[in-house]
Design a protein around this ligand. Structure first.
Ligand code: AMP
Ligand code: GLY
Length: 424
């Protein structure tokens, strides 16, 4: 089988690493990929959102399956593009339909879905430029901190959490009237603040049945002790140690099941990942967001813990035979520590030579923003690479990742030294 994987991050390197272990995977292309995927698959210089180019490539190379890593092509409708094209509609796309992808593409759509299907979520209301003054009045009825969410995709930056009422009103006006996040903030969801600890639940569904994948927790802030600016994610741990069977049962019955049933009731075609962001408030799981893809860097700890063949799992999704699939999970912990360019998530430099990669043997290095420059692997993004390790518990796994990061070097390299600090 020939597979095309779309994306270029650590998530895609982890998918590629796992899929090439399948005896069924004869050829793997990654578009556009990075230096890590280049070493194990064939990179293709193609944008995942250029659907006409993807079509031409898929037909030329006789690709049998397309696996979509990031949200952009999903929200832009790659699933429907394949479905509605006679020459492509026999080729499965792992990902939701355009309608399903709205769960991530529009916060308001997600909130309406949650309310309609009685899935626990924070109280909210949504506003536009026309109703901005009503939005300000609504803020006055809430207790601080105030949570403002741009409706559309804003590269993970569209959520503001503000202590001061006047500042919240100003930011609401900035978003709605002054287009702080462009078109993404032409609508804003204002939400009740939930005080608790975050975790993520990953589900793979074929539209009828589902499998719950290992839980994971990521660390979004740049600074130690969860301080400073938000990033794509600075590290992750799987499983989440405090998630016991009782909490998992609540998550499954109150959140996962009604979500999948909601897809069926609403006629939403969905053959892909659902990444459910949760806040655990006094042992009550509450949904704060849906994403329609796997998390990054959560994939780099979830996928290494799958003992099952990932490609077979995707086949079961596309054939709607997931109910017959036995998912095997490695009982060990996996942790990953993201190594980033100094300055990230603000300005940073690229093109720095990375040394020491060959010295790491007992951890897995997944590349994110890297590329090949002649013989060298050089930095090519804010998040550069991530070091994943296994351990009997997360402390052991984290220790191993840090020992191996010490062997790596590039100019202005930075990483958080406290991943897992809140789990002790
Ligand atoms: P989101 O993009 O919806 O995941 O939001 C980004 C971050 O904002 C989340 O990871 C949470 O840390 C935080 N957040 C979002 N919604 C809420 C909420 N209702 N209460 C508290 N924190 C929230
Ligand atoms: N690590 C968070 C995300 O992928 O959205």
């Amino acid at each position: 089988m020939t597979i095309l994987l779309l994306g270029s991050g650590g998530r895609e390197h982890a998918f590629a690493w796992k899929m090439i272990q399948s005896p069924l995977c004869e050829k793997l292309f990654v578009a556009p990929g990075n230096a890590g995927t280049a070493a194990i698959a064939t990179n293709v210089a193609m944008s995942p959102t250029d659907f006409d180019a993807v079509k031409a490539f898929v037909l030329q190379e006789k690709v049998n399956m397309v696996v979509v890593g990031p949200e952009d092509p999903l929200v832009k409708g790659i699933y429907d593009y394949f479905k509605n094209d006679e020459s492509l509609n026999h080729i499965p796309v792992i990902g939701p339909s355009k309608l399903g992808a709205q769960l991530e593409g529009s916060k308001e759509f997600a909130k309406e879905f949650l309310m309609k299907h009685n899935i626990p979520t924070a109280a909210y209301d949504s506003f536009t430029a026309e109703t901005v003054e009503e939005g300000c009045k609504f803020l006055e009825t809430l207790q601080p901190p105030f949570v403002l969410k741009a409706d559309g995709l804003a590269a993970g930056k569209g959520v503001l959490i503000i202590q001061d009422l006047e500042e919240a009103k100003t930011e609401l006006r900035n978003m709605l009237v002054h287009e702080k996040f462009g078109a993404a903030s032409s609508k804003v969801v204002i939400e009740e603040f939930l005080d608790g600890i975050e975790l993520s639940c990953f589900v793979l569904t074929d539209g009828k049945s589902y499998k719950i994948l290992p839980t994971a927790k990521d660390y979004k802030r740049i600074g130690e002790g969860d301080t400073g600016l938000n990033t794509g994610g600075m590290g992750a741990v799987s499983p989440v140690p405090y998630v016991d069977a009782v909490l998992m049962e609540k998550i499954e019955t109150r959140i996962v099941k009604p979500t999948i049933e909601g897809f069926q009731k609403d006629g939403i075609e969905y053959k892909g990942f659902v990444f459910i962001g949760l806040i655990n408030v006094k042992n009550e799981p509450i949904v704060i967001e849906y994403n329609v893809r796997m998390g990054d860097p959560e994939t780099e700890v979830v996928v290494p813990r799958l003992e099952s063949d990932l490609f077979e799992l995707f086949l079961a999704v596309s054939n709607q035979k997931l109910d017959e699939f036995e998912l095997k999970v490695d009982p060990r912990s996996a942790t990953t520590i993201m190594v980033v360019s100094g300055g990230y998530p603000e300005d940073f430099e690229k093109g720095k030579v990375i040394s020491g990669l060959e010295n790491i043997t007992d951890s897995i290095v997944f590349h994110a923003g890297t590329k090949l420059d002649n013989e060298n692997v050089v930095t090519n993004g804010g998040r550069v690479l991530t070091v994943t390790s296994y351990g009997d518990d997360f402390q052991q796994a984290i220790k191993k990742s840090y020992q191996n990061i010490d062997k790596l070097n590039f100019d202005k390299m930075y990483f958080r030294k406290d991943i897992g600090f809140d789990l002790l």
